[in-house]
Ligand binder design. Structure first.
Ligand code: FMN
Length: 271
């Protein structure tokens, strides 16, 4: 049977979208600058609102922080979060303390109410629920939130601003501080803190796995699947260069890997 409507691929629109997607970079230093109209900030938030979510539950509240004093307060909370992380986490690479967040023109805090996971599939029997569905409800919640945050970031890029996605808001101490500061109840956790600012310059491209390795046509290509050794190697040698550096600088640094235990300063390719 012939389709009712004319089927036509829109290569132009796809190319425009891919350009925005590729241009989105996590930028961790902003040029202080003019405030951004509320209308634009609301449009950015609207991009988040249009994200897909499990059961169309839309488990997020998007708090737009644009009052300069408020921005400073949230930035201070995130600076304390970074200090704690630097102190307590196993060698997680960090650029510098999160003081750059103070230069944000706005911060979008995406609060999530995990009770909405109850709207996803629940088995009739408890045992089956535990084995088959329970964990996946949390997954559905989190990936839904991820889609919303990604949308915010893409809209931010499209309008010529830039952003980063900070996940530390989900850590209980930081969550509590942000709930208190912004008036959210304890049922709501700020999984995504997205500072938005004016780019200092065009951000470089980041390393991505080659497309042939990531894409599997119709079935898995076993040789392309990454192994535990790959994870161990990434953790030991590559992670610190893969998060903050542009793709070229990463290659250079990988060639001259420091010996174990040797201090290797991490800088941010966006500076
Ligand atoms: C779920 C999630 C959590 C992240 N958390 C942080 C974070 O806490 N701090 C940070 O500086 N970047 C964070 N990032 C940004 C990643 O480091 C970044 O996306 C990755 O290194 C690739 O760089 P790109 O975004 O410029 O392409 C996070 C990204 C995601 C998707």
């Amino acid at each position: 049977m012939r389709p009712k409507t004319k089927q036509k691929l829109n290569a132009k629109k796809l190319a425009q979208l891919l350009e925005v997607i590729r241009d989105r970079r996590s930028v961790r230093s902003f040029d202080p600058g003019d405030r951004v109209p509320r209308e634009t900030l609301e449009q950015i938030a609207d991009a988040g609102r249009w994200a897909p979510s499990g059961a169309n539950s839309q488990p997020w509240e998007i708090c737009i922080i644009e009052d300069p004093e408020r921005v400073r307060e949230v930035a201070s909370v995130m600076a304390s979060q970074a200090d704690r992380l630097n102190e307590h986490c196993k060698g997680f690479p960090h650029v510098h303390k999160k003081h750059w967040v103070h230069d944000s023109v706005a911060i979008l805090a995406v609060f999530v109410d995990p009770r909405w996971a109850d709207t996803y599939p629940v088995a009739l029997e408890d045992d089956l629920d535990r084995i088959e569905y329970m964990e996946n409800r949390s997954n559905i919640l989190l990936v839904s939130v991820g889609a919303a945050i990604q949308n915010l970031q893409l809209a931010t890029t499209a309008v010529g601003l830039t952003s980063a996605w900070l996940s530390g808001g989900g850590e209980p101490q930081t969550a509590l501080a942000l709930q208190k500061l912004l008036g959210f109840p304890s049922s709501h956790t700020p999984y995504g803190i997205v500072p938005i600012g004016w780019p200092r310059r065009k951000a470089e491209s980041r390393w991505r796995r080659p497309i042939d390795e990531v894409v599997h046509w119709n079935e898995a290509v076993e040789a392309n699947l990454r192994t535990q050794e790959d994870i161990d190697h990434y953790l030991a040698k590559e992670r610190r260069h893969s998060i903050y550096k542009d793709a070229e600088a990463r290659e250079l640094h990988l060639e001259r890997l420091p010996n174990d235990g040797e201090i290797d300063l991490v800088d941010d390719g966006n500076h």
